[in-house]
Write a protein that binds this ligand. Structure first.
Ligand SMILES: [Zn+2]
Length: 134
């Protein structure tokens, strides 16, 4: 059973405005997003959950993935402590445009979701990251 942190690459196929729990209405531009999360137990189950169509909306990411305009195109994981989730979020903040407040209700980050310009090879040189087949 894996535990660690993960990054989802999410394609938003059209501009979309949706309610995201306590964040209220957010508009997502069409484009490619990276989301970082952690699952300190049963990471496989968590990733599967993100892929499922029907589920109760709990995390901010659930709202986005449930809207019909977003799909996970790639997932990577790494065995790591929860703190590293935020280290990665801060690193991604340098690459992309953050969606303020998203996915970071329980930490001090400004966001855990970022709009990126293109699928840059952000992780390909880091052997610690393992692709998860989708
Ligand atoms: Zn954080």
């Amino acid at each position: 059973m894996l535990k660690g942190i993960y990054v989802l690459m999410i394609q938003v196929v059209d501009d979309v405005t949706l309610g995201v729990g306590a964040l209220g209405n957010l508009t997502f531009e069409k484009g490619l997003y990276l989301y970082v999360g952690s699952a300190q137990k049963n990471l496989e189950q968590r990733i599967k959950r993100h892929r499922r169509k029907t589920k109760r909306l709990f995390w901010h990411i659930d709202y986005l993935l449930d809207c019909g305009k977003a799909k996970v195109t790639k997932a990577l994981y790494k065995e790591a402590d929860k703190q590293e989730e935020c280290t990665v979020a801060k690193m991604l903040d340098g690459f992309g445009v953050r969606v303020d407040g998203f996915g970071c209700s329980d930490c001090t980050c400004k966001s855990h979701l970022f709009l990126i310009k293109s699928e840059e090879e952000l992780f390909s040189d880091d052997k610690d990251w393992t692709p998860i087949s989708m």
